[in-house]
Every structure is written in C-alpha cells, then in structure tokens.
Design a protein around this ligand. Structure first.
Ligand code: CO
Length: 432
C-alpha cells in the first residue's frame, strides 16, 4: 500500500499532475468523467462519476442507494496544492558567463531554505494555441530529470549562516537553469526545454505556446526511511497523502445507502478563494444538481446538507523530538499514532465535540488509533479547508489529518503506519 502512495507522490509534483493521477485512478475504478457543461442526466444507485475544475480540482461521487434528501452524503475533502515557486512570465535572466537563472515568485508558505542545494525540476501545464481564441489546448508537463538548482552562498561569504539567515523571495531563491551554449539559446533556454519535452509525444514549437502555469518541484523521488522503513520522506505529503488516502478509500468502498463524495480542492495554501478552491460555490452547485436529479426539488439539497458529514483531511503537526517546547503539554500527536483530530477554541478548525466523537467512533470501529491536536496556547497555528467549505456548505464535520514533521518543507516526514490507518478510517467512514 505504501508503494502506491510513493508512486502517486512521485507522479504528482504539482496540483495539475496530482489531479491527472487521481482521475486516472478513478477511471480505472470505473468512474466516468462528467462534463459540467452538459446536463447531469438521470442518476442511479451505484453510478460513479467525477468532475474537474481548471484541471486542478476534482470531485468524485458514488451515488448511494437512497436519495441525498433522505440520508445526506459522506464527504472527504483534501487539497492538492503545496507550497512551491511559480515561474514568472519572461523568466529567463542571462547573467555573467551565460549562466541562466529563472525569475520566480513564491506560492504558499514554503520553508524556503529547504529548497536550496537539491536537484529540482519543472512541472505544471502549458497552454497551446487551439482551434479558436476561446479554446486553447492544455498539455501537462513534468520533466523527469534534475533540471535546476537554487544554490546557497558559500559560508565564506556569510560566516553567520548557521545563526539564521533572512531570505529575500526576489533575490535569494532564484534557481539556475543552465549555461547557454550559443547566442541562439539566449532568452530561449526555458522555451527550448519545454518544447523538447512536449515534442516527445507531439511536435510543439515556441510559436504554439501561448502561456503556462509552471512551478518548481523536487526532483528526488519520495522514499521510506528508518531502521524499519517506518517513516516517509517526501515533498507534498501536505496534502497529497490525504488526497491519496481518500482515493484509496473511495475505490475500496462498495455502494452504500449514502452517496460518497471525495473533493480534492486547489489553492488551500493561498487561501482557497478561487473557482477551484474550497471557497468556491462549485461543489455546492454540483451537489444541488445531483439532489435535483434525484428529487426535482431544491429542498432536497438543503435536506442533504443537514444530514451530511464532512471529513476535512489536511495533515497535522507531529510531535518533534527536538522542539517539544513548541507543543501543547497534553495534546501532541506522535508519528505512527494514527489520524489526528484538530481542535481550536477560535474555531479555525471545524471540529467540535460532536463531530470529533463521530470520527473517533469511526476510527474505533476501523480498529485504528486516533489522536487529538491543540496548539500550544502561545503558538498561532494554521487553518484549513473545513471552515472555508462551511461558508458555502454548512456541513457538520471534523478537521483531521495524519501527523507529519516539517510541514511545508521541500521534504516532509510522515509515517507508513499512519497512512494505512487513515485509509482504513476513511473506508469505515464511507461505510457508516
Ligand atoms: Co495542508
């Protein structure tokens, strides 16, 4: 099971590629793509379909035996974006000796120092000229070799480097793409490598390329480590590990009474307020369309929302053996201790006593241990999907996630056992 997660992480360097991996897995599991520009059509119990938005969010449904209005739906949500660096337009900067660096901007909140001195690559989507102006074509791109590096300044130029360094997002983190061989390459190095990669399947020239959404990505594959291979070293565990646990659970779930929903959103790391983010009304309108198909009434949708339950799955902070003072004295989940329910008195998390009770019972029935997280009261902490989704869908639900170390590092640390626990807990949840 862990090998499937590692394969998924390696094939998903950024949101667009993650969504493609998820839709591929769904199709292999019998889910059909539904085009939201077409009517949803008649829905039967056991129908399996998915819808995507912007190629970077995906919503999968397995229709239950009873109408949404009568039993609601069970939804797991997670996010497929992770902190990284976005390549700016006109990115190439040719410097002394023909060395080319790329102009980038920060996406989300990475621990920037972790991106230094490691092989990186480029991934995302490239937009090609289409049949007309309104319908350009999209090609996904993942260059699977070391292509760039953000190099540190030698310690001899900064003797205080180990006392902490303030980093500029504009100056310090620009990656080196290579050295030009000839004047012909000046200003064209990035486009050349993009065209070369895309032309492996279909001839593409720079003239065909209208624009792109491209990001830096770690070029080193995810792996397990530890004496017992009990830990995971990978970028983007937050939140691709939760996305994949959701996919595994949905594909393992038979048709039940309730409709099962998996929603993978984009842009959580930048606040979710996009058409493909959890702040979008898109999921609510999909659910409304499904409920209407079943009952020909808007009332059915509102009943379904009242009966529904949401698991908002986003990784939690595991207790770090070097920094115990940062954690709450009595609630500090550990790696390998099972899924974590997150609480916050200011309601940054959706969990309350009722929803936590529901989820911990689900875990108990699945034979899975369950932990609880609260911030150290002097530490601000983060937020996640649950409450943002609640603004368009006021669902009863819980914020949870598997514990990891070094959240938003280029290389986070997770637990093999926790992944297996989480898939079991999610599968049990869909069966409830
Ligand atoms: Co997250």
């Amino acid at each position: 099971m862990i090998d499937r997660l590692l394969d998924f992480l390696n094939a998903s360097p950024v949101n667009f590629l993650a969504v493609r991996q998820i839709t591929k897995a769904l199709e292999q599991g019998g889910y059909r793509r539904l085009d939201p520009t077409e009517p949803i059509g008649v829905l039967q119990a056991g129908d399996k379909f998915y819808v995507t938005k912007n190629d970077s969010s995906v919503y999968a449904f397995q229709i239950g035996q009873r109408p949404l209005a009568d039993v609601g739906f069970h939804i797991i949500c997670a996010h497929c974006d992770s902190p990284t660096f976005r390549i700016k337009p006109n990115a190439e900067m040719t410097c002394e000796g023909g060395i080319v660096k790329l102009n980038t901007e920060v996406y989300g909140g990475p621990i920037m120092s972790t991106w230094f001195d490691r092989p990186l690559t480029i991934a995302g989507r490239v937009i090609l000229r289409g049949e007309n102006a309104m319908h350009p074509r999209t090609r996904l791109l993942h260059i699977q070799r070391p292509l760039l590096q953000i190099s540190n300044l030698a310690i001899h130029f900064n003797r205080q480097v180990n006392d902490g360094v303030k980093l500029s997002k504009q100056k310090d983190v620009l990656p080196i793409l290579g050295i030009i061989n000839s004047e012909l390459e000046r200003g064209n190095l990035l486009m050349n490598v993009i065209c070369e990669e895309l032309s492996k399947t279909e001839q593409v020239t720079a003239d065909d390329i209208l624009d792109f959404d491209l990001y830096l990505a770690d070029a080193t594959p995810a792996c397990t480590f530890g004496v017992h291979d009990e830990l995971i070293s990978s970028g983007r565990l937050d939140d691709l590990s939760m996305c994949y646990a959701g996919v595994e659970a949905l594909l393992a779930s038979p048709v039940g009474e309730r409709t099962q929903v998996l929603a993978i959103f984009d842009n959580e790391e930048t606040g979710s307020q996009t058409k493909q983010g959890a702040g979008s009304p898109f999921l609510a309108s999909l659910l409304k369309r499904v409920a209407w198909q079943q009952s020909q009434s808007e009332e059915a949708f509102y009943q379904a929302v009242e009966r529904a339950f949401m698991v908002s799955a986003d990784n939690a902070h595991a207790w770090h053996p070097n920094y115990s003072e940062k954690y709450d004295p009595t609630n500090h989940p550990v790696l390998g201790g099972g899924p974590v329910i997150k609480f916050n008195a200011a309601q940054k998390y959706a969990s309350d006593a009722v929803s936590a009770a529901v989820f911990s019972e689900v875990c108990r029935k699945a034979g899975v241990p369950c932990q609880r997280f609260v911030n150290h009261s002097d530490v601000a902490g983060g937020s996640t999907l649950g409450n943002i989704l609640a603004s368009s869908l006021p669902l009863r639900g819980v914020d949870m996630g598997n514990p990891i170390l070094a959240m938003h590092s280029c290389r986070e640390t997770g637990s093999v056992a926790d992944h297996e626990y989480c898939v079991r807990a999610f599968t049990q949840f869909y069966a409830e």
